[in-house]
Design a protein around this ligand. Structure first.
Ligand SMILES: *Cc1c(COP(=O)(O)O)cnc(C)c1O
Length: 437
């Protein structure tokens, strides 16, 4: 826990731009050595100055590092940078995106509580809500997010959180963040948004009614398919003192009787996530991974620009191709989410697109097997172009009827468009389509 000052958001009374923050927020040259690049503090533990210093660290009266499961200077730079890029107050890093969701939700939920969530979810999140949280006594109602009022209709007295993805993966649907955020505010519960598929460069949900943002940093933030990680960012604006969140306001049984909201105010959620959930359950981001993810973040703005430009061009190419039955890319005027994406993601519609190949399942398999450099794997957000045919991989155990219900019909091919030369990406897709007839 370095001081929770978002370096770079304000310096010499200047509000720095996104690109500057992506390079500098949370890090100044190393005071001990002058190193310009962020040092990797590959240590588990930190020496106390004195017995009194140790006591005040444990009492949370002094900010400082004790043990890397809780905090580490390299990881802190990653946390502060993510907070700055999401226009948030504070952040806590986690070992993966799944861990970020778990930490954010277990920080405020307990047995008997209820989640209202968009049904258009990442597969792992779907299982977390429908299977694993149910075993802990935490119930979830999944609703069609296309009508925001569906979230309101599903709220019950024990509802403690509303959850959605910005841009759903793999459905590539855009959620009306402001409308859902308003419903959450009226219900007195936080709105948690998984912003993985958009990245903070394309959308900052905290500016549009979200209270907490989570990321799989594994994807666009890291951006190179090398490193697992996640992060939870809080806005600092949610009122935890509204009577619904006793664990935020009453003395903590798990941490010296601290009252998190009273003591830490606008970064209470982050402090509790760190001192209770991360400390006890342990899904901590490794310092080396924090460093790798920060290398990725430095170039996030330029990468996202190119991801979007390439994906848009590929979507237009596919829309005009005779072997393509349909294209789902929210940057296209024909797309049902086009207006929402223009409103919440004006800089671009992201790297993900899906399309239907004529010839169905068999053509989908042939297409995938004929690609030359676009890699067949289960990931998104790599600098390299990626492809998956859900019906023959991630969703192959479902019947055709259930595949359609899950939004992954047998003819659907999902692409995560990378940063290769655009003509080469189009060439690879075109020759694979030709081979798939
Ligand atoms: C990948 C992903 C996750 C899970 O992240 P991991 O880093 O793989 O644990 C969660 N949400 C979305 C939208 C994702 O794409």
């Amino acid at each position: 826990m370095l001081e929770f000052i978002l370096w770079g958001t304000r310096m010499a009374d200047r509000q720095f731009g996104f690109e500057t923050l992506a390079l500098h927020a949370g890090q100044i040259p190393d005071a001990a050595t002058g190193a310009r690049a962020l040092p990797i503090y590959q240590t588990t533990s930190f020496v106390f100055d004195s017995a009194d210093h140790a006591a005040s660290l444990f009492n949370l009266q002094t900010f400082g590092n004790v043990y890397t499961r809780l905090s580490n200077p390299t990881t802190a730079a990653f946390e502060e940078r993510c907070a700055a890029l999401e226009n948030g107050r504070a952040a806590v890093a986690t070992a993966s995106g799944q861990a970020a969701e778990m930490v954010a939700l277990l920080n405020i939920l307990e047995a008997g509580d209820h989640i209202v969530s968009s049904s258009k979810l990442y597969g792992g999140t779907h299982t977390m809500f429908n299977v694993n949280f149910k075993k802990l006594g935490i119930d979830a109602t999944l609703v069609d997010p296309d009508d925001p009022e569906n979230f309101r209709r599903a709220i019950k007295p024990n509802t403690k959180v509303i959850f959605s993805e910005t841009l759903g993966n793999p459905a590539i649907n855009m959620v009306d963040l402001e409308a859902v955020g308003k419903i959450a505010r009226e219900a007195g519960v936080p709105f948690i948004v998984d912003n993985t598929a958009a990245s903070p460069y394309l959308c900052q949900p905290l500016r549009h009614g979200a209270d907490i943002v989570v990321h799989s940093a594994t994807k666009f933030l890291g951006g190179h398919g090398t490193t697992m990680g996640g992060v939870v960012v809080e806005s600092g604006k949610f009122n935890w003192g509204n009577g619904k969140f006793k664990s935020m306001t009453e003395p903590s049984q798990g941490y010296h009787g601290v009252r998190f909201f009273e003591t830490f105010g606008d970064f209470a959620f982050t402090m509790k996530a760190r001192m209770e959930v991360l400390r006890v359950f342990g899904p901590t981001l490794a310092p080396f991974n924090a460093w790798q993810l920060l290398q990725g973040i430095e170039t996030l703005p330029v990468r996202m620009e190119r991801h979007c430009a390439n994906a848009m061009a590929v979507a237009q190419f596919l829309e005009a191709h005779p072997q393509v039955a349909w294209v789902n890319y929210p940057g296209l005027k024909s797309n049902r989410y086009h207006a929402l994406v223009n409103r919440y993601m004006p800089k671009g519609a992201g790297a993900l697109l899906s399309f239907g190949i004529k010839g169905g399942f068999a053509s989908g398999v042939k297409f995938i097997e004929s690609l030359q450099f676009i890699s067949h794997l289960a990931n998104i957000g790599d600098a390299k172009s990626l492809v998956i045919h859900p019906a023959s991989t991630t969703h192959r155990q479902l019947s055709e009827e259930d595949q359609v219900k899950a939004g992954v019909p047998p003819d659907m091919v999902r692409l995560s468009i990378g940063l290769e030369t655009l003509d080469d990406i189009v060439w690879d897709i075109e020759q694979a389509l030709a081979a798939a007839i």
